[in-house]
Design a protein around this ligand. Sequence first.
Ligand code: MN
Length: 190
Amino acid sequence: MSLKEYNQKRNFEATFEPVGEIKKTASELIFVVHKHAASHLHYDFRLEMDGVLKSWAVPKGPSMNPAEKRLAIMVEDHPYTYKDFEGTIPEGNYGAGNVIVWDNGTYALADEDPSDKLESKAKSNLQKGHLSFILNGKKLKGEFALVKLKTKQENSWLLIKSKDKYAGNEDILLQDKSVISNRTIENLQK
Ligand code: MN
């Protein structure tokens, strides 16, 4: 996995986003969801894998309702350190607009077998276009799946909540504050 595309899209003299470099955590794998008010408001869903954050832009954001399948467009890998990024990407730069860390936590594979190497299993499931995982976040909890669509559009996936005790009709997006700073995207101040 490479961060070449990520680095090419950004001018690091003009944006406060981190420069992309491969970095691995010691223990648990992490996930993060950014809320990003770019030209179109969306949520960026990111899973740590192999020292980078595999990333999907989710226009409508995640849902806790298994019936609400959310389109998730796979985008370029982001650096591990992006997990802590929150702030304003200046006008004129790629993805210009406010970003908050809407949720974060750890994840595990849903069908985890202790004999498996977690990350290699995650990678092979990603290759196959079907990845089931359990999130332990502050907002998102329980099992979810990312399923690649076999349609014309390359990079189109669905983010789907699985049926479990955390599933429900509550609109999780109403919890609109950053989990690291308690700020909303609207009141982000430099
Ligand atoms: Mn984004």
